[in-house]
Write a protein that binds this ligand. Structure first.
Ligand SMILES: C[S@@+](CC[C@H](N)C(=O)[O-])C[C@H]1O[C@@H](n2cnc3c(N)ncnc32)[C@H](O)[C@@H]1O
Length: 242
């Protein structure tokens, strides 16, 4: 026998499905449900929980901070192929690591260290639970989650791969760009950076003269975002004075 509350959930889900088909049309609704199912499946495969949307208001963040929403797993595969880490060398930094999805997928590749920087201690607690549940699947020996405002985080000089999935904008993003630049000045080195942002938003990394736009990366079936890969211009860092 199906309990009554189970029937209520099924009825609510069917109601949502019908509303989405009416709102989006069958083709877009199918795309949405296929995406949601694949995200849940990938979370289930790793034994973690990273789906959902948490607003800056719920997180107690200011206006320049973006909501929590995990990056599409398909995009993460593209990003990690782009970084192509070497075990003895590469250290990845995820700005605004949220519930830890990108950190976990990165730690399944041979990075020397993976660091997630996140302002919300609530999200960080979830990320730590997720990391411990996925531990047996990780190959990176050193995974860290740091609770801090990204503007205050001094980028370690071993960081070689930086990832940002639209974590913040305006002065917060400017301060973070300065932190990355300072770290490169302190120790000029090869560094790759991937920035993912809403397609309509101006990408200020294009104006950073210490970075060279490498290429635009494919975003699977997320067509309202852009994802761009950059490389640090090491010569310019060597030549510049602090
Ligand atoms: C779009 S989510 C990205 C989640 C994660 N990187 C992923 O790809 O699954 C953006 C995250 O940035 C965090 N964030 C916003 N402002 C921040 C700040 N000033 N310092 C650190 N994290 C911040 C938010 O709390 C949120 O978790």
């Amino acid at each position: 026998m199906i309990p009554t509350f189970g029937l209520e959930i099924v009825a609510r889900k069917l109601g949502n499905l019908a509303a989405n088909i009416r709102r989006l049309g069958p083709r877009e609704a199918w795309r949405l449900y296929r995406y949601r199912l694949s995200e849940r499946y990938d979370d289930w495969r790793l034994g973690i929980r990273t789906t959902g949307l948490v607003t800056p208001r719920e997180l107690g963040h200011d206006a320049h901070c973006q909501p929590y929403e995990a990056i599409h797993y398909r995009c993460l595969d593209v990003i990690m192929d782009y970084f192509d880490p070497s075990p003895e060398l590469d250290v990845l930094l995820d700005y605004g690591s949220g519930m830890g999805r990108a950190v976990i997928v990165a730690a399944m590749r041979p990075f020397k260290r993976v660091i997630g920087v996140e302002l919300s201690s609530t999200l960080n607690q979830i990320a730590l639970d997720n990391i411990s549940r996925a531990r047996s699947k990780l190959v990176c020996p050193d995974v860290q989650i740091v609770t801090i405002d990204a503007t205050q985080y001094h980028v370690p000089t071993e960081v070689t791969s930086v990832f940002l999935f639209n974590p913040f904008n305006g002065p917060v993003l400017e301060a973070v760009q300065q932190q990355i630049r300072d770290s490169l000045r302190q120790k000029p080195r090869p560094l790759r950076l991937v920035y993912m942002h809403p397609a309509h938003q101006v990408n200020t990394f294009d104006q950073c003269d210490w970075l060279q736009r490498d290429r635009q990366l494919p975003t699977a079936d997320w067509d309202d975002v852009k994802m761009v890969g950059y490389q640090a211009v090491v010569e310019r860092m060597r030549a510049s004075t602090p």
